[in-house]
Design a protein around this ligand. Sequence first.
Ligand code: FMN
Length: 294
Amino acid sequence: MRVFELEFPNPVLLASGVLGISSYLFKRIEKLGAGGIVTKSIGILPKKGYENPTIVELDYGMLNAMGLPNPGVDYFLEEIKDVSLKIPLIVSIFGKNSEEFVKIAKKLENYCDALELNLSCPHAESYGMAIGQDEKIVYKITKDVKKSVEIPVIVKLTPNVDDIVRIARSAENGGADGITAINTLKALAVDINMEKPILKNVYGGLSGRCIKPVALRCVYDIYKNVKIPVIGVGGIASPEDAIEFIMCGASLVGIGSAARDLNVFKDISEGVENFLKKKNYTLKNIIGKATKNI
Ligand SMILES: Cc1cc2nc3c(=O)[nH]c(=O)nc-3n(C[C@H](O)[C@H](O)[C@H](O)COP(=O)(O)O)c2cc1C
């Protein structure tokens, strides 16, 4: 299917950040049946990330505060410049301001199929959610990046705002080709024996099954209010989850926490296809269906 003028063999993508950034892994994920890959977020310079513990497993999901560790854009370019994939490669990028975003975007433009602007990390000092919560900054970064590259630009939003639709509209007005919703929810967990927060960074981003209803609400509202395609992300672990997102308006879905099981891409895309066959639908038929049957 075609979204953002790119051809995706199926709608199930790897979401940003969960499975490293090596070209070897990208080839492996393609072989495992993903419809596209979104890389871990890349910044202008190498970044070490936070000290451990950076991840906590919860009964109902996962909490992480990695601190956007990445090798920096120049090293990353070396990693991807010779990789040849049949599925779209979307590089996620982050920066402090629009100048930094533009610099990184220009360096990457000829080596990937699209860019995803991470304006939504809930635990990244001045890099993440703080900029994604301000509609004027979202508009400016989107517009500046869009003006400086020819490839599609997708904006990834945080659910940690009072009105996600307002932010989605700013991205659309800035020229975004698509919206990814959602990044993780700002959250915290306590070790009662140590009597302190578990994560070294105190706060982290909550992901996994427990955030699915929040993500569905965001996708539903965004779909009803913007015209550009939406990538639905948040707690997807089964074909039924993916279908819910598509019915709320997602054209594509991203798998984050559930990608620890590498069969997930094939299982979900085949499950979605079987559902469509059984109902005699095409994917296009069901995008946003739940927003109309009220
Ligand atoms: C360990 C981990 C690292 C992540 N790193 C990034 C990242 O670098 N950039 C980004 O935009 N999102 C990042 N995310 C967020 C995911 O892409 C996704 O939006 C979120 O986890 C919700 O999806 P899920 O419930 O399927 O995990 C990360 C998530 C996890 C769990």
